[in-house]
Design a protein around this ligand. Structure first.
Ligand code: PHE
Length: 466
């Protein structure tokens, strides 16, 4: 049964539904496309080890923080900061920036998600000859991008429990099933074990500053931390929900899918003698070839894989629309319909330069800026570095300093404790879980993120690319 709160904002119908929606937001292109290629560029097993530590020590406390902040205030991201007395500085650097991050990432994320639709079709029709000619053809990329955005808008129109929750409850289990299917095929290829070894045996000598930074950035991107999403989703959460266990589930599923995605991709990459460190093209350039060379049923495996990527992206893109849309619905009293269409269409228009930056337009393809010590070329890459790389970390930092130091952090820990008695139990050295969490939110998380951020923008004199 779905409940409507008195102000008509909507609420999750069930705990399972909330977890599926939040995990749906977390599990996306970040897990299946970004995680493997970043792992490949950062040395395989050692990166995986550091990544898991980042999720546990920094990601999980921040998930609790954002969900509790949303539920305590019962507001969208902007409303949550405003309601707790944030001044202009915190509004701009925390709330408004979070909203902009969600909006701008949506604009290019949907372009990449659109490619997956092309690849699903191509598994049966072979119309994509290679990645670069496909990407350079506007009559392919624009319509696929438009279709993806349209489906996203239609789901968000259905509302919190009817649209987002219902879609996630169906799509997420389908996704898990597809991951297993493709993984099994990949693991049974001759020569697959070399990939498994590369992926799962950590060579600790490969861990350095760059690896740690890449791991932390990837953890934020993947867990949907630092975007205002979990604040918004938390605001639809009933007080009785156990935030502690829900958070563990979200983290487990997100990390689980990322780890399994590695098991789908690396065995195949090694079985076919490809280079694991080749970067963003890993999924789109290598895998179709891999699928093609499977004697029978390769196109079914391939289509399933890209369908899976598309489904994962869809449950993420709906959450990105929801952040600006919930602001317009709550604060500007817009109807859900008007808000979803406006945000979706604007994001589509803003995304067009990204869609054309794979070769279709010389201007958008060749524009480049020097950022964080490396040159980013092409509109999409530039957008990703600015919004998905830099500002996401800034928002995570600001949110955590604001809730830890400006607000009364005890209120937030009490909010987490509401549906989760375990939070007040002593766990380590006489400290309760809630005291430990406060220590992390006030000291560990902001300090670690600050170091990452300063490094990223080159303050220590050494540039470490993202
Ligand atoms: N976590 C998503 C992914 O891994 C990206 C995302 C972030 C989606 C924030 C929605 C909100 O792809």
């Amino acid at each position: 049964m779905s409940l409507q709160s008195s102000d008509n904002r909507g609420q999750w119908g069930s705990k399972f539904g909330f977890i599926m929606a939040a995990a749906g937001s977390a599990v996306g292109l970040g897990n299946i496309w970004r995680f493997p290629y970043i792992t490949g560029q950062n040395g395989g097993g050692a990166f995986v080890f550091v990544y898991v530590l980042c999720v546990l020590l920094i990601g999980l406390p921040l998930i609790y923080n954002e969900v509790a902040f949303g539920r305590l205030t019962g507001k969208n991201t902007i409303g949550a900061f405003k309601n707790t007395g944030a001044n202009k500085f915190w509004m701009a650097s925390g709330a408004v920036l979070a909203l902009l991050v969600s909006f701008f990432v949506l604009s290019y994320y949907s372009v990449i998600a659109g490619w997956t639709i092309g690849y699903i079709i191509s598994e049966f029709t072979d119309f994509i000859k290679d990645f670069s000619t496909f990407q350079a053809n506007p009559s392919y990329v624009i319509p696929f991008f438009a279709v993806f955005m349209l489906v996203t808008i239609l789901i968000v129109l259905g509302g919190v429990s009817g649209g987002i929750e219902k879609a996630s409850k169906i799509l997420m289990p389908v996704l898990f099933l597809l991951v297993f299917l493709v993984m099994l095929r990949s693991l049974t290829l001759p020569g697959a074990m070399e990939g498994v070894r590369y992926y799962l045996t950590p060579d600790f000598s490969k861990i350095n500053g760059q690896v740690i930074l890449a791991a932390l950035g990837q953890a934020f991107f993947s867990l949907s931390v630092g975007w205002g999403i979990l604040i918004t989703y938390g605001s639809y959460l009933p007080k009785s929900n156990n935030i502690v266990t829900s958070g563990v589930w979200i983290g487990l599923m997100d990390t689980g899918v990322a780890l399994l995605a590695g098991l789908m991709i690396f065995p195949a990459v090694f079985a076919f003698g490809k280079d694991p460190a080749q970067g963003t093209a890993l999924v789109f350039q290598v895998l179709p070839e891999v699928f093609n060379s499977i004697p029978t049923g390769g196109n079914i495996v391939g289509a399933s894989f890209f369908l899976l990527l598309c489904v994962a992206a869809l449950t993420s893109s709906i959450s990105m629309i929801e952040v600006p849309a919930s602001y317009l619905i709550d604060e500007k009293k817009w109807s859900r319909k008007k808000a979803a269409w406006t945000v979706g269409i604007l994001a589509f228009l803003v995304g067009i330069p990204s869609a054309l930056s794979g070769g279709a337009s010389k201007l958008f393809t060749e524009m480049s800026i020097d950022l964080f010590g490396s040159t980013k070329t092409g509109f999409l890459d530039i957008m990703d570095s600015i919004w998905g790389g830099l500002f996401i970390v800034v928002v995570a930092l600001m949110t955590c300093i604001y809730t830890g130091w400006v607000m009364d952090v005890k209120k937030l820990s009490a909010e987490i404790g509401l549906g989760a008695p375990v939070f007040e139990k002593k766990i380590i050295g006489g400290l309760t879980a809630s005291q430990l969490w406060i220590f992390f939110i006030r000291y560990v998380c902001p300090l670690v993120i600050l170091v990452v951020l300063l490094n990223m923008i080159g303050v220590f004199g050494v540039f470490v690319g993202t």
